[in-house]
Each structure stands twice: as C-alpha cells, then as structure tokens.
Ligand binder design. Structure first.
Ligand code: ATP
Length: 281
C-alpha cells in the first residue's frame, strides 16, 4: 500500500468474545478513508472488545466475520493478521486509560520508536511538539506527573509516531474536564482533516456530535442504530427512543426498539445513566 494514503475500514459480520462466549454479535461498519466514525455505548456494551478485535490485541477472539483495510487502490483482509502486521499496514491504537509509562518522561516516550525524530516522517517528534505545545512544555516530566489531558495527548502522540493511517481511540475523553475533552475533540478533528481515518469508541455524546461524520450505537454487542451526528439526541437517555425511530441500514436488526425488553437486540437500559456520566460537559 502507498505510504500516507488514508485507509478505509470495512467490518462485516464480526463476531468476537472470550473463552467461547460471544460479546460482539455480527458488527458491520463502513468507514470511508479520512472520516471519523464514533461508536457510542454504555459500560459493558463491547466498545473495548471491538477496538481490541480490530487492532488484533488482547484476549478477545474473533470467531467469524471480516476486517478489511483499503487505500483506494487495494483492499486487504486483515482478519487473520497479528497485531504487529495490522500496525505496519497503518492501524494505530490509543487504548482506554491512556496506558502511558508512568516513570518515563514525555521525551522518553518520543524516543521509544525508531526513527521518531526523522523529520521526513509524516508524524515526527518535531511535528508533534508543534501539534501538542502542552507536551512540548513538559518534555522532561515523567508521565505520572502529567494531568489527565496531557496524558491523553501523550497517548495520542505516541500512537501518531507509529505513522497511522487509521486510528482507533478507546474512550479518549474518559475522566477529562469539559474544556480538555473539547481540546481532545479538536485534535481528533485535526487528525481527520490531515487524512487520518478515525474510529472512536465512547459514551460521550458531545464528543461524537462534535467530531464524527457518522455515529453507530453499540448495544450489548450489536449495532442497533446509526445516526447522522446532527440527529443525535441531546442526552444519552433519549438515545434508545431516537434509535428505535431509525431504520438501521446494512445487516442486523431492523430497529433497536422493535424488540421487547429483555430481547438481546433491545437497547441496554443501563446505558443512558452511564453515558450521561461520560457525556456531561
Ligand atoms: P467500558 O465502557 O466499561 O470499558 P465496554 O463497552 O468497553 O465497557 P467491554 O470492555 O468490551 O465493554 O466488555 C464487554 C463485555 O465483555 C463485558 O461483559 C465484559 O465483562 C466482557 N469482557 C471484557 N473483557 C473480558 C475478558 N478479558 N474476559 C472475559 N470477558 C471480558
């Protein structure tokens, strides 16, 4: 594949889970290159399982379905590829909880990868310190002394050093104050404008509304609705009713709300409360 060309992502009929149990039940996603897609859902809906399955990391096992990356010229089925090969193809990850190295300085994080200082690279250290001036001021600080927002920026910067063309972000605004969450949203928007395709998993409706081109609702491991971000309800507790009124395009159940309470396709009633936590700004 050509270097620096944005990647598209197509996911079809993805089933995955743990120890023989199924958590993701036939996920379909279609991300055109250079777009931002938000998957919103409550705690336990399967967001991290989805992100890990796409990245090929963690304990989740894919039992069926297809994951394809495309650069406009060729399409690769990466479903059976190990994580490092997906990463080499341009898939980057910003994990939930940042996972920065507590006792390493910001500068040391920037030298973890070979060639990080090569200015010829799309994402070099030189460029990152201009994109993240907050980090430029904290180069000699250990990660454990950074604020939550700075740690999140460091996690994003570290992922960018892998030269991703498709970036997976797992709950990037978790635990951040509203203004910092908005700054993270701006950074995500800038990345997309720069040609990086973004899939973000979040319970944060405001983030989804601010940055996404398309929003999918993940409920108990199933995509139960897709929204134009402008059509997203104001509050999380309104999502199930709004989702029920929408026809779901593609595979899967016709509408989330068409099923009785207790049916596996019925929205998780716990979601709005959790989502309000994440979405409060
Ligand atoms: P949160 O917002 O709390 O991070 P989530 O939407 O990311 O939630 P997942 O972490 O993907 O949800 O969890 C989905 C389901 O998979 C849950 O029922 C969870 O208990 C289960 N699960 C997650 N990781 C494992 C694991 N390593 N082994 C077994 N079950 C797991």
């Amino acid at each position: 594949m050509t270097a620096h060309r944005s990647l598209s992502l197509q996911v079809a009929g993805l089933h995955a889970g743990y120890h023989g149990g199924t958590v993701l039940h036939g996920i379909d996603l279609d991300l055109p290159a250079g777009t931002v897609h938000a998957v919103i859902g409550a705690n336990g809906a399967g967001k991290t399982t989805l992100i890990h399955t796409l990245a090929g990391i963690g304990h989740a096992e894919q039992s069926s379905g297809r994951i394809q990356l495309g650069d406009g010229q060729s399409t690769l089925d990466v479903s059976a590829w190990p994580a490092h090969r997906r990463a080499r193809a341009g898939l980057g990850l910003v994990p939930q909880g940042r996972r920065v190295f507590a006792t390493l300085t910001v500068a040391e994080h920037f030298t973890l990868l070979p060639h990080a200082t090569d200015p010829a690279r799309t994402w070099s250290v030189e460029r990152l310190v201009t994109v993240f001036p907050q980090l430029a001021r904290r180069l000699s600080s250990q990660a454990r002394h950074l604020s939550g927002g700075e740690q999140q920026m460091l996690a994003i910067a570290r992922a960018l050093l892998t030269q991703p063309r498709l970036l997976l972000l797992d709950e990037p605004t978790e635990g951040l104050s509203p203004p910092i969450a908005q700054r993270i949203g701006q950074i995500i928007g800038d990345l997309a404008a720069d040609g990086v395709t973004v899939l973000l998993a979040t319970p944060d409706l405001d983030l989804a509304r601010a940055v996404a081109d398309q929003v999918s609702v993940l409920t108990a491991g199933r995509i139960t609705a897709r929204f134009d971000p402008a059509a997203l309800p104001a509050a999380a507790h309104q999502v199930p009713a709004a989702a029920a009124a929408l026809p779901l395009t593609g595979h899967g159940p016709a509408t989330a709300g068409a099923h009785p309470p207790g049916h596996p396709d019925t929205p998780d009633p716990a979601w709005p409360a959790h989502c309000d936590e994440g979405a409060r700004r």
